[in-house]
Design a protein around this ligand. Structure first.
Ligand SMILES: Nc1ncnc2c1ncn2[C@@H]1O[C@H](COP(=O)(O)OP(=O)(O)OP(=O)(O)O)[C@@H](O)[C@H]1O
Length: 273
């Protein structure tokens, strides 16, 4: 089963941001080759919120890292904003949010957000303005002088999102940013992230293990399969873009969640349990 329901509301006509054709990546290891990705085709358009979901080891993080030019593919084609991932990285085309917040404990929240801006060579006044604006966007205004260890896990992740946003990329790459948080905090951050997405009109690529998270957030859900890592299903969501958590009780939501679960079941092996 590949390529599903067509989305009448989706941004089909929008500009292509990520274009992937026949992409493969094989890691050579002491135990032989690991086919992390095999023959992946994917088109991500401006303004979409795309989630990668699949069993452990199916290549979700690897695919995100290829987009970010943190891994080189061994076959196929990929463009990001119409150029190579390396050119896109050098042009600071994306912000990257890691699984753990990856904030520097010896820097205040403001100084953590400032770091990429210092590397970009922005002036002190421009840095200050961007720090304030992006901390406000994630509701962390007033926490500039705190150190990461003085904040909760959810606040730390919001700070790392502010840091990724501060370079003002149109593309946000997020690798399980809320995976380590409890469900209530995760729900709250999911809502905030959707609001932020609506407000800033970014393209988001988001890795998750959670079906409700993927369905709640996404305009498109990509279900991956392991050994070798490949795309099993692409689901274009027909949920309205403007959503609140209540939508999770609706038949439309449950229908999509069911289809994602079917895909995950098909790709799951009991070795993973
Ligand atoms: N640097 C590496 N060297 C060798 N093998 C690797 C490397 N990085 C990833 N792999 C392998 O590639 C496959 C895909 O890994 P990846 O981390 O992308 O999966 P994932 O779907 O993100 O998994 P998880 O959900 O557990 O984070 C796995 O079999 C993994 O062991």
């Amino acid at each position: 089963m590949e390529n599903g329901m067509l989305n009448e509301q989706g941004p089909q006509k929008a500009r292509s941001v990520i274009d992937i054709r026949g992409l493969s990546l094989t890691f050579e290891t002491n135990d032989g080759p690991v086919h992390a990705l095999s023959n992946v085709d994917l088109d991500i358009r401006e303004g979409e919120f795309v989630s990668f979901i699949g069993p452990s080891g199916c290549g979700k993080t690897t695919l995100l890292r290829v987009i970010a030019d943190l891994e080189k593919p061994t076959g196929g084609e990929i463009t990001v904003n119409g150029v190579t991932p390396e050119e896109a990285r050098l042009a600071r085309a994306y912000g990257y949010v890691f699984q753990s917040s990856a904030l520097y404990p010896w820097r205040t929240i403001a100084d953590n957000v400032a770091l990429p801006l210092e590397i970009m060579g922005l002036s002190a006044s421009e840095r200050k303005e961007r720090i304030a604006r992006n901390l406000d966007l994630v509701n962390l205004g007033g926490f500039e002088r705190k150190y990461p260890w003085q904040l909760s896990g959810g606040m730390q992740q919001r700070a790392s999102i502010a840091r990724a946003l501060a370079v003002e990329p149109h593309l946000l790459l997020m690798d399980e940013p809320f995976g380590a948080l409890d469900e209530i905090v995760r729900d709250h951050l999911n809502e905030q992230l959707l609001k932020l997405w609506a407000k800033t009109d970014k393209t988001v690529v988001f890795v998750t293990h959670s079906i409700p998270e993927a369905v709640f957030l996404s305009t498109k859900i990509v279900v991956l399969f392991p050994r070798p890592g490949r795309i099993y299903d692409v689901i274009e969501s027909d949920l309205p873009r403007d959503r609140t958590l209540d939508i999770r009780e609706t038949p439309e939501f449950l229908k999509i969640a069911h289809r994602v679960r079917e895909g995950l079941r098909a790709g799951h092996s009991y070795e993973d349990s």
